[in-house]
Write a protein that binds this ligand. Structure first.
Ligand code: TXA
Ligand code: MG
Length: 357
């Protein structure tokens, strides 16, 4: 398939280009587009044939449901069977923005979107190109992140090209996304609401509106044996670079020592080792050291890009420093934990938790 790349300047959006991409969506084609979080791979959400192509292009398992993107709050009432008061409060406060709400689905939402669940995930993105595209398409747009299944989410059009060129109709290129981690997914079909994926809107911000929220245990990196249908996406190893990720969490002084020891240990095995650090003045010795930023916003923005850079340089192992679970840190840690092959929680006691491998 020939993939068309359409460059759009986010500061001067040419509506003719948006219209051309929207026409392709309406005809059942696949269009990758920027959102404020990561690039999405869009299809007409009400056209099951078009949505099926998303799963094929990404190599995504059919039981992992998709988020439906809208450009007008009113659309929620068409897609959801019930819109609780909590949803209305959150929509008023955080939409457009990086918050996805899981609600009971209406009949118009095809089963292929929800993987057979009776709920649907809906979000109104804040990116102007995304909003214009959805408006011009005049249909809700189903869109997962525009990466191959299990690869890091794309934060630039270049990443989308790496993964999906030749497999989809259009890639809209408007440079790098602002936030860099995906939207927060909040399930409002439970009481209290359940956080299924931490993201661009923090748990603290949500709790200020709703009061106490349940946190799904897997978010904090707990080993959950039978992850049932709640958010099927959770059970898959995710966001992972080709290299094995080792995550070291704990007090910085101990983390530092432990990471350097790990570098030496794996070096002896002849491995090519990368270290990802949140400290500009680190003293690590390794084959490749990347500074990811020292505040949460910068770390979130750089995380997936740096995963991909390490892969380009063909490191075998990425050893990453953990950050705190507060604010946007929870989303960052969730992505690191999901990517990790090994997590070292308490560097001094050497307790190791292994997941997903
Ligand atoms: O920021 C984002 O959310 C990006 C941009 C493109 O909007 N999209 C994104 O989509 O990250 P995706 O498909 O990569 O992640 C969607 C997540 C998955 O973990 C999926 O399991 C969950 O949302 N999800 C979707 N529908 C659901 C539902 N009905 N119930 C529970 N979880 C659901
Ligand atoms: Mg994804």
């Amino acid at each position: 398939m020939k993939t068309k790349i359409i460059k759009i300047n986010p500061k001067n959006i040419e509506i003719s280009k948006i219209k051309a991409a929207a026409r392709i969506l309406r005809k059942g084609g696949l269009v990758a587009f920027p959102t404020e979080t990561v690039y999405g791979l869009g299809a007409d959400a009400l056209n099951p044939k078009a949505v099926k192509k998303i799963f094929e292009a990404k190599g995504r398992p059919a039981d992992n449901p998709l988020i439906v993107h809208i450009a007008d709050k009113e659309e929620v009432y068409r897609l959801a069977k019930e819109v609780p008061e909590e949803a209305e409060k959150l929509m008023d406060k955080f939409w457009p923005g990086p918050l996805t709400l899981v609600l009971k689905k209406s009949k118009i939402v095809p089963d292929i979107i929800t993987g057979g669940l009776d709920s649907v995930a809906i979000r109104m993105p804040a990116n102007k190109i995304a909003l214009a595209l959805i408006k011009e398409a005049k249909v809700p747009v189903a869109a997962p992140s525009a990466n191959l299944f299990s690869k890091p989410s794309p934060t630039s059009a270049e990443h989308v090209i790496q993964d999906l060129y030749g497999k989809i109709d259009v890639i809209i290129d408007s440079g790098e996304t602002e936030i860099g981690v995906e939207s927060t997914v909040l399930d409002l079909t439970t009481k209290p609401a359940t956080l299924l994926r931490p993201g661009g809107i923090t748990l603290e911000e949500l709790e200020r509106v709703l009061g106490k929220i349940k946190i799904h245990p897997i978010i904090k990196g707990k080993k959950v044996k039978n992850i049932i249908a709640k958010s099927p996406g959770m059970k898959y190893k995710h966001y992972s670079p080709n290299a094995d990720v080792i995550l070291v969490e704990g007090a910085y002084q101990e983390v530092k020592k432990r990471i350097q020891k790990l570098v030496y240990k794996h070096k002896k095995e002849g491995k090519n080792i990368g270290v990802m650090t949140a400290n500009e003045n680190h003293e690590y010795k390794a084959d490749l050291i990347k500074f990811v930023g020292n505040d949460f916003n910068t770390i979130a923005k750089n995380l997936f890009k740096i995963f991909r850079e390490f892969d380009k340089e063909k490191v075998d192992i990425i050893i990453a420093e953990g950050v705190s679970d507060k604010g946007l840190g929870l989303a960052i840690m969730n992505r690191l934990r999901k990517a990790a092959y090994e997590i070292i929680k308490n560097p001094r006691k050497a307790s190791i938790i292994k997941i997903f491998k």
